[in-house]
Design a protein around this ligand. Sequence first.
Ligand code: ME8
Length: 525
Amino acid sequence: MANKFYITTPIYYPSGKFHIGTAYSTVVAESLKRYHELKGEDSYMLTGTDEHGQKIQTVAEKLGETPKEYVDKMAKAAKELWAKMNIKYDDFIRTTDERHEKVVQKIFDRFMEQGDIYKGYYEGLYCVPCETFFTETQLVDGKCPDCGREVVPMKEEAYFFNMKKYADRLLKYYDEHPDFVKPDYRKQEMINNFIKPGLEDLCVSRTSFDWGVKVLKDPKHVVYVWVDALTNYITALGYLSDDDTLFKKYWPADVHVVGKDIARFHLIYWPIFLMALNLPLPKTVFVHNWIMMKDGKMSKSKGNVIYPEQLIDRYGLDATKYFLLREMPSSQDGIFTPESFIDRYNFDLCNDLSNLLNRTVSMVNKYFEGQVPKYNGTPNAVDKELEDYCIEQIKKFEEKINNFEIANSLQEIWNLVARTNKYIDETAPWTLAKEEKTEELKSVMYHLIENLRKIAILIKPFMDDTSEKILKQIGIQDLNLKTWKSLLDYDKLENIKVIEKAEPMYMRLDAEKEIGYIKDLMMKK
Ligand code: ME8
């Protein structure tokens, strides 16, 4: 039976339009899902929206809408964006779904019965008109960051989850499961910053607002944030409502993809909740960095926000996804600049990839009337070196992607693109043709087409449309020649005819003009 692969995105706060940064978690998760699917695994991807809480209630009130009307509208917008980005998820959970709320209540009850939750007081600085608590650091000039008015110290009754009880078990788990946290340095951050100094108990209910899941045994409380949000990963699979189908098949998750700001919740609180429920823990939590702008975080007031739709409409989906995935290092934040976006487009996609395809298709047409020659079985030294390099790159790609080094895995593919371009210069097919070295020329054409086929398969999880375009232009129709397994084959192409006229996939952009165009987008309010 095929391996299963269950991957999740964070569930998004529907408090505003998603920019290219927020879309990143989903783009990564979906690419990983497609990669595992291509490898023949039974993949399942969950995404959704995190719809409760005071912020949502306040935003809705300001718009004169009920919270439900507001979140319905926003969940619809999220689905529309994912449709535009061709994101193929298997389920979309909303924390306002009845299937979720009922199970959250059961989970909360169980925590209470087990004595994991106790009653105490939530204390903080409170803005009366906004009905919101803030911490000292959230204040702006000592005042409410939302309305600018004075805040007052306040306390309200709340339930707390006893995290300390599980701290040692968590550390032991980290120790025994080296793959639980990717990249590894995030684990040390958790230990040094939060666990070693003494884990604080977590506030899990509130009484000062009511847009949330009611605590059954104490209905003036609503469940507060993380018990409600994190449990989506199991409620969506039917935990405690239909345990024998999806939950049995897919839990534990193979990967939770999360941004660095929510690492703590996924690396500390979520494993502890699961321990309290006596459930297995996810195999890996992959923590990614952030996409930043030159002047820091994206924000409307700074006039530096870019939305995915804006880039997709002008440059296409694949170019947009390629940029996001390629420009995010594992060890630090990625930076979006109009210059780097256009450079990636002009160099990586147009000069390197698109031109390789054009040159190859044109030569096969010119020298062999479009018919791809057969593999000759005795490659010369130059051809053999290319074959070995290619197989090595495929292995490197797999190592990197399996270790969640997404940008590096793409770099390995582009190394193969560059090497294949270099092979054209090395073998100089035009000279071989002039000197009528037909056998050598045939072998060069075969190797170019074979490398392009492999490149198309390798980029498929990230750039589906570009991958299909390459395969179509080089005449690969047989499904067996599009599989992951077929990547390591080097001699199976027979009766392949390339299209008559190469169609450029990416045309060189006027850099100055396009940089100006993107800068204007960023200024738009
Ligand atoms: O945190 N670059 O939701 P959210 C990269 N509801 N990633 C970014 C980013 C940027 N500039 N800005 C935001 C929540 N993100 C909770 C999650 S899960 C049980 C609950 C990422 O809408 C962020 O790191 O604020 C997170 O992974 C995702 O967008 C959703 O953030």
